[in-house]
Ligand binder design. Structure first.
Ligand code: ADE
Length: 223
């Protein structure tokens, strides 16, 4: 899978996408992540990428020309399955959307910044608009990192244990129950006996019951 990310502040994306599991996935060739600095497509000697909104108002708007040029270049090089704009007025991101996107070959993610992006960019180039929650961040870079992280860990080969992504909270519509590791007893707190029993049928039943209990307690809306 190839993910192209367009941003006016690509430095914000670098570290979160260059460490840990995403780093390993990139090194293994499970995913190719390409960052594009919108400023390189800016206009004139100042590489202008934004301007005041027509009709007045606070904040700056990303201009269409640099974005049209970059979208044209990328889409002439390869086909993209989705061209996504990160925006608080998009559809709410969820595990099913991450699952769906993890099956794509090539996607573009556009990070908004400042007040927003000229509407004509959305009309002409964007196929999908996604929000990571009902709050407003300073730009789409952190949301893009959330999206990429949630997608990449689902691609076969990204995680060591193929099962663990499937066992996540939300994958079966339930939150995950408690997990423990050694020591079996710590500061007077014991790991439930059943997890030490070696009886995998019983352990599966226990885990399912705990998942149901936790979901009922914390997110009854999911049941
Ligand atoms: N840009 C600013 N806030 C955002 C949000 N909540 N989701 C996606 N993109 C955003």
């Amino acid at each position: 899978m190839r993910i192209d990310i367009i941003s006016a502040v690509p430095q914000l994306l670098e570290s979160p996408l260059s460490e840990s599991i995403i780093k390993r996935a990139r090194e293994k060739g499970v995913v190719e992540v390409v960052l594009h600095d919108l400023r390189e497509y800016g206009l004139g000697s100042y590489h202008q990428i934004d301007d005041e909104p027509f009709g007045g108002g606070a904040g700056m708007v990303l201009k269409p020309e640099p974005l049209f040029a970059l979208f044209r270049k990328l889409t002439s090089e390869r086909e993209y399955d989705e061209r996504i704009f990160m925006t608080p007025d998009g559809e709410l991101f969820s595990q099913p959307i991450a699952n769906e996107l993890s099956l794509k070959n090539n996607i573009i993610i556009l990070c908004g910044h400042y007040k927003g992006v000229d509407e004509r960019v959305r009309e002409r180039w964007i196929t999908r608009e996604i929000s990571i929650g009902d709050y407003v961040l300073t730009g789409g870079e952190l949301p893009a990192c959330v999206l990429v992280d949630a997608i990449v860990r689902l691609i076969p080969g990204a995680l060591h244990d193929a099962e663990s992504a499937l066992m996540d909270s939300f994958q079966n519509g339930l939150l995950e129950g408690p997990v423990y590791t050694r020591p079996a007893e710590f500061e007077g707190m014991k790991v439930p006996d059943i997890l030490l029993s070696g009886d995998h049928k019983k352990i599966d039943i226990y885990r399912h019951e705990e998942a149901l209990r936790r979901t009922n307690e914390r997110r009854p809306d999911l049941l």
